[in-house]
Design a protein around this ligand. Structure first.
Ligand code: ADP
Length: 463
């Protein structure tokens, strides 16, 4: 099969969240299965030419090779992409995001002609590449080059839809006839994600539970109706984890490697983390880690309510994250009050993230909703027991036998789950079993990639 993947972020080039992990790992797994895959990505300032071998193809396209021979094509446009961040800065989203990503989608489609590469399927991720199916089914409907190409649209988080004011519509280069409730309009605004849902051949999301949840009013963010109409085309495939990056036995970013067979190193990593965080270096104090966007979606509203009580427990809490300034301030205040309990890093720091996964005993991720979630999968591999709310991908992977679960999304249940974690930690025998069991799990991309190939085939077979 010939596949083009279009994504707005991708490991190792540019990352703000889980989408980058997926977009970076899936092509590698597909190549292992013998698929012919290429990728299109914007050439952000973050794509460091000193770090990656980047080869110029023409005026505005360059590429780098990953895996054995996967070409990742960068779409260059200094006006749009040569900026400090991917989507926005402290004052919010970049105001020209509609222009930036519609340009990206159009240029990616045009690139196919230049490469004479006709994919069987284009795999698009999230709203930033959702215009690809819209353009294929409308703007390029009569272009024979694109006629047979099918699309799979993967939703990583339906909370981010690419909403723009109606007056920006002409910038899309689409007929006004598409601006209606059944297509691109959402309460008077342009909704790019909706366009992707309507015009793609197949739709998927990143866990089975989330594929059902997004078809309900509670989790659908207004897209439940349109998704319901396409329910036979909606699938859930749980993300894998790239174990070449996330494996305590080979991780170069942690103080001491460890594995199921030789688990002692984990204690050294805990010591290392406690030292870095200037916390008392004590192995018997349970250490809870958080690596997350600081957003309500990630459970920080109930976490904020429970914080005072959590800080009075016998534990240490290390938090790494950036996001909502409201939570920055709130957590900073808590640090002032409980400096020996909470340590806070308000930044994006890959190395520190690895150290937290390795050095913590538990990983707190009480997301209000969670399409898949990578934090809990990474934690398992590092023998760090997750505490989660039962939703989406968290519900598909964590249960009472392998972690600590909030049955309802509430401050009370959060406190209860943390207490359960602390009690279990005291029972050394039980804890060792839990850790061993966690480290044995295998959420590899092999399984997920095989399922994606089935979806590409299914899309290809569509009339
Ligand atoms: P999201 O909704 O943010 O995509 P996921 O759990 O799917 O959530 O993936 C988040 C990814 O980003 C994980 O690999 C996590 O370790 C990483 N991450 C999140 N915040 C930070 C941070 N501040 N520093 C380093 N890595 C982070």
């Amino acid at each position: 099969m010939k596949i083009l993947q279009v994504a707005s972020e991708m490991v190792p080039f540019a990352k703000t969240g889980g989408l980058a992990d997926v977009a970076g790992a899936l092509p590698l797994a597909l190549e292992e299965w013998g698929e012919d895959i290429i990728v299109a990505l914007p050439r952000y300032k973050a794509v460091d030419p000193a770090k990656f071998k980047i080869i110029k193809l023409n005026n505005d396209i360059s590429y780098s090779i990953i895996g054995k021979n996967i070409k990742v094509y960068f779409i260059e446009n200094n006006k749009y992409f040569d900026r400090p961040a991917l989507y926005g800065d402290k004052s919010g989203d970049y105001p020209d995001n509609l222009e930036r990503f519609s340009y990206f989608c159009k240029r990616a489609l045009q690139l196919l002609k230049e490469l004479k590469f006709i994919p069987d399927a284009i795999h698009c991720h999230d709203w930033q590449s959702a215009l690809i199916p819209v353009y294929l089914k409308n703007l390029y409907k009569k272009d024979s080059f694109y006629k047979k190409i099918k699309t799979l649209f993967t939703i990583h988080n339906i909370g981010y839809q690419g909403l723009f004011p109606k007056d920006e519509y002409p910038k899309l280069g689409l007929d006004w006839g598409l601006f209606n409730m059944e297509m691109l309009e959402f309460y008077g605004k342009i909704n790019i994600l909706k366009g992707g849902i309507v015009f793609s051949d197949l739709i998927s999301t990143v866990s089975e539970a989330y594929s059902r949840e997004i078809q309900t009013e509670e989790f659908g963010f207004g897209m439940e109706g349109i998704l319901n109409r396409r329910k036979n085309d909606v699938f859930g495939i749980l993300n894998g984890l790239d174990y070449s990056i996330w494996d305590p036995a080979a991780d170069k970013l942690i103080a001491k490697n460890y594995s199921l067979k030789e688990p002692q190193g984990k204690l050294k990593d805990k010591e290392d983390l406690q030292r870095i965080c200037k916390l008392p270096v004590k192995k018997e104090i349970p250490l809870i880690g958080i690596v997350s966007r600081l957003a309500e979606q990630k459970g920080f509203d109930i976490f904020a309510e429970a914080l005072e009580q959590i800080c009075k427990m016998d534990l240490q809490l290390v938090i790494l994250g950036t996001g909502d300034l409201k939570y920055h301030a709130l957590l900073e205040n808590a640090v002032k009050k409980y400096p020996k309990i909470i340590v806070l890093y308000l930044k994006f720091d890959d190395q520190l993230a690895h150290k937290i996964y390795a050095g913590s005993d538990m990983f707190l991720m009480p997301s209000k909703y969670e399409p898949c979630g990578l934090g809990q999968l990474i934690s398992f591999k590092y023998g760090t027991i997750p505490i989660v709310f039962k939703t989406g991908g968290l519900a598909d992977t964590v249960n009472k036998d392998n972690g600590f679960v909030l049955e309802s999304y509430s401050k009370e249940d959060l406190i209860k789950a943390v207490q359960e974690g602390l009690a279990a930690f005291k029972n050394k025998e039980k804890w060792t079993k839990l850790v061993k069991q966690a480290m044995q799990y295998n959420f590899s991309w092999e399984t997920a990639a095989k399922k994606y190939v089935k979806l590409y085939e299914k899309a290809k077979a569509k009339p």
